[in-house]
Design a protein around this ligand. Sequence first.
Ligand SMILES: [Cu+2]
Length: 147
Amino acid sequence: MKRRIFLQAVAAGAIGLHLGAAEAAPVVDVYKSATCGCCEGWVKHLRDNGFTVKAHDVANPEDYRKKYGMPQSLGSCHTAMVQGYAIEGHVPASDIKRLLAERPKAKGLAVPDMPLGSPGMDGPRKDPYDVLLVQPDGRHSVYRHYN
Ligand SMILES: [Cu+2]
């Protein structure tokens, strides 16, 4: 009897932990073209880091960049939405987590183009790149620099 109560408590604790993890893993909607391999790489990177990802294959990902107010000049190969923030390109999961924790008044984050060495653009070559915090008016500043 005691053992059973103990096991129930363990199970309840495990469920609590599980719900906690789910809470910390918001849904990311990704708009990409069906043939984009590096987009798939980025989706996998997000999933590996605890995000729930809904990948949508669309004919013109740039339509979604426009729709969600990301400047074309900061464009990459995919646009995503998470809790009201637009995420453009190969933004590392850790920066999205920071964004969702800090909740700045912003449009979202962008890694323009497709820098080698960013998540989903993995390989031997690593180029430096910036993650940009994009303001509602399109102005942007460096959120984090990667070497
Ligand atoms: Cu890409």
